[in-house]
Design a protein around this ligand. Structure first.
Ligand code: DX5
Length: 226
């Protein structure tokens, strides 16, 4: 089977106005993004705290786009159903956050959600070779998780390429996503390495011409370099 080749632009909600998240997701949909990523942080797996399931649920009626929950939390199993019930279509599990990754991914699938696995910069791609049959998406972190606005780690290129090779080897469609420091200055590098789903926060919300232009520019650069 092949890795998914379509380009997807996925905003991280982290830089949005937390006092108006419903408006934020509506504006993102109007700006032409493909789905929305919620960076869920517990203050233990990463040194930051963000969105519980009820916050995400409160915004669900403002957008029809798929939601993915990037679970940067320790021992995620206890919260899987809560984030699916909050309206998340895909759950992203960090390979480093659970002792039984195969079981956790299977639980995500049993809840009817897509199962994705994320790897921190220091975690080798080999860590997920034995669970690729359960994985709909591989997320290669191109920053150390916890905060937006960090610098893209360009040495992840080989790991992105390894993720694409692993995706290609699967007997079902697997997407390769990158997250962290994705901007017009780094998107070409990531796409040429094999990424097709591009998570961006700062570069979208800080674009001088607004969200729609930011999304369009990132998508064009990516499409020109597949
Ligand atoms: C890190 C977060 C960020 C965020 C994207 O834990 O996951 O990578 O989504 O932030 P930017 O695009 O500002 O690097």
């Amino acid at each position: 089977m092949a890795a998914i080749d379509d380009i997807s632009i996925i905003p991280s909600v982290l830089p949005a106005d937390f006092a108006n998240l419903g408006s934020a997701v509506r504006d993102l949909e109007l700006a032409g993004v493909d789905r929305i990523q919620w960076d869920v942080m517990d203050g233990v797996f990463v040194p930051n705290l963000t969105f519980g399931p009820d916050v995400i649920k409160a915004t669900r009626r403002y957008s029809d786009l798929p939601y993915e929950a990037h679970l940067m939390i320790e021992a995620p199993d206890q919260y899987l159903a809560d984030y699916v019930n909050a309206g998340c279509n895909q759950l992203i599990i960090h390979a480093e956050s659970t002792k039984h990754l195969h079981r956790t991914l299977g639980r995500v699938k049993s809840l009817g959600a897509k199962a994705a696995v994320a790897l921190n910069p220091s975690t080798p791609i080999e860590m997920i070779e034995n669970v690729i049959d359960l994985v709909d998406m591989i997320l290669i972190m191109t920053v150390n998780p916890g905060f937006g606005g960090q610098a893209y780690i360009s040495t992840m290129a080989n790991k992105i390429a390894g993720a694409r090779d692993l995706a290609q080897s699967a007997d079902h469609l697997v997407e390769v996503e990158v997250d962290g420091g994705i901007s017009p200055l780094t998107v070409v590098h990531a796409v040429k390495a094999g990424a097709r789903a591009l998570v961006a926060g700062s570069s979208l919300f800080r674009h001088p011409e607004g969200l729609k232009s930011a999304v369009s520019e990132l998508r064009s650069l990516a499409l020109e370099n597949i």
